[in-house]
Design a protein around this ligand. Structure first.
Ligand SMILES: Nc1nc2c(ncn2[C@@H]2O[C@H](COP(=O)(O)OP(=O)(O)OP(=O)(O)O)[C@@H](O)[C@H]2O)c(=O)[nH]1
Length: 467
């Protein structure tokens, strides 16, 4: 009897010693599986498991040891009549023998192998750490009642870890949810989003970027200077780099990066420099919108037949030239020439309306070929045109009209096998010093043109009254 008591005391001492050694290892840095393995190893157990349930009813089951067991077996065991009957009452239960018959079905090796076990109910329901802890042995444990007490102390300590674990998992889940949300937003947003680190390596490149530019992130990073793929001109690259701001801007800047196939795009970019030296770029591809706007502007300012400016657009340009002259800007003198095809009604009547149209186009083509850079041609009426010649004196304008007459006679309009030589009259107004307004300028040009017509057509007259 004394011998048995001494052995019991030794067992208790061993168990307490093991517990003391184990305590420092219950570090929150380890995984639950690691912890259970350490517990098994410390107490010489062949099975340990933890079954936990969170507020959402989601169960987590971790088991380790020489004996394998599954959540279904444990659930059935926990729901067993005995445990349910004592649902409220018990905190810790220990089985001295045949605990395997309670837990495992007869076909499971653990059914006969598992002898002793201690089951601990972690906390009441709805506690953040709600669940069960089990420690089992395949060998009979003389000191099982001592182990039961040791498990009580152990689990109290373990609970701190498990509570932390539950909180960490909840935070991790929430973070994962937020990350997934942002990732989805980043990936699927119909805006361009990318980021480059401080070594100019692309670290983020969303699906819209790949779709719009045609490059994958790997392809971009294979290039020594990824920015050069989009902006081949070093000067433009320098300006792009300079545009990066440390704070997000309300305004976005318009840039014209090149697509993989060489097509130039119009993108509105907001480039933000982040504290770690990386750059986040958010952009909007407005290439199609810009093109539509340009087409609309073209339509609103161009004459359909001759492709020169329409009345509204050429008068606007003449108005702007007068305005510059009014502000006495250097080199703001200019000439305006009003041109009108001679006997155009007869061309229509003799050759037909289509040939009349072709004559108008031919006349404009010949004139365009001679126009100095910066000048503008507009159609103001049926066969009447206005030519704006910046920094041009009236004698140079007259010379231009002479050159045009030569060109028209050298290259008559071909109509089948026949040729049609066009003739025109013109009135020139030179503007320098303090000008008047557009309408008085046009009246002067019109008068000069009228004089040219009355004087026999095919000539150019300079309006002297305007000078
Ligand atoms: N084919 C064609 N004819 C046009 C167009 N617009 C105006 N016309 C015609 O141009 C002719 C202009 O005739 P007029 O104003 O008498 O001038 P003109 O015959 O050139 O005579 P002068 O200017 O005095 O030399 C008219 O018959 C108009 O119908 C056009 O877009 N296409």
């Amino acid at each position: 009897m004394k011998q048995a008591n001494r052995e019991n005391i030794n067992d208790s001492a061993r168990a307490l010693h093991a517990l003391a050694k184990l305590m420092p290892k219950l570090s929150s840095q380890r995984t639950l599986m690691d912890l259970l393995q350490t517990i098994n190893h410390t107490f010489g157990a062949q099975l340990s498991w933890v079954m936990m349930e969170d507020e959402a009813g989601q169960q987590q089951f971790v088991s380790t040891g020489e004996l394998t067991c599954y959540p279904t077996e444990i659930k059935a065991f926990l729901a067993s009549t005995l445990l349910q009957r004592h649902h409220q009452a018990w905190r810790v239960i220990c089985w001295k023998e045949n605990s395997g018959t309670l837990i495992f079905p007869p076909t499971h090796p653990g059914h006969t192998q598992l002898q002793c076990g201690v089951l601990y109910k972690l906390s009441p329901q709805h506690d953040p750490c709600n669940g069960y802890f089990f420690l089992g042995f395949t060998q009979p444990q003389e000191s099982i009642t001592v182990l039961k007490e040791v498990v009580v102390i152990l689990v109290e300590k373990l609970k701190d870890y498990l509570t932390g674990l539950v909180a960490r998992e909840r935070t991790a889940k929430e973070m994962q949810r937020v990350i997934t949300q942002y990732k989805t937003l980043f990936e699927r947003a119909p805006v361009l989003m990318n980021s480059f680190d401080r070594h100019s390596r692309c670290v983020l490149w969303n699906a819209e970027c790949e779709k719009v530019f045609g490059w994958t992130m790997a392809e971009i990073n294979a290039h020594s200077d990824p920015l050069a793929l989009f902006y081949p001109d070093p000067e433009v690259r320098r300006r792009v780099r300079e545009s990066v701001n440390t704070t997000p801007l309300n305004d976005m800047y318009e840039w014209h990066p090149v697509r993989r196939d060489g097509v130039q795009l119009t993108i509105l970019w907001s480039n933000i420099s982040l504290p770690d030296g990386s750059i986040l770029n958010i952009g909007l591809d407005i290439t199609a919108r810009k093109k539509a706007e340009q087409q609309l502007h073209m339509k609103a300012t161009t004459d359909d037949l001759t492709r020169c400016l329409n009345r509204f657009a050429i008068l606007q340009q003449i108005g702007a030239a007068l305005e510059a002259c009014r502000r006495e800007q250097a080199d703001s003198h200019f000439s305006v020439m009003m041109l009108d095809l001679d006997f155009f009604k007869q061309i229509n009547d003799k050759w037909g309306h289509l040939v009349g149209d072709a004559a108008l186009v031919h006349f404009c083509d010949c004139l365009r070929a001679l126009m100095p850079p910066g000048s503008a041609l507009g159609r103001v009426g049926g066969e009447e045109f206005l030519l704006l010649l910046p920094k041009t004196r009236s004698d140079a304008a007259v010379q231009l009209s002479i050159a045009l007459r030569q060109a028209l006679s050298l290259t008559p309009l071909k109509v089948g096998s026949r040729s049609l030589t066009l003739s025109f009259s013109a009135g020139v107004v030179e503007v320098c010093g303090k000008p008047r307004d557009t309408s008085s300028l046009l009246i002067s040009a019109d008068k000069a043109l009228y004089d040219a017509k009355r004087g026999g057509r095919g000539k150019t007259i300079v309006a002297v009254d305007y000078l």
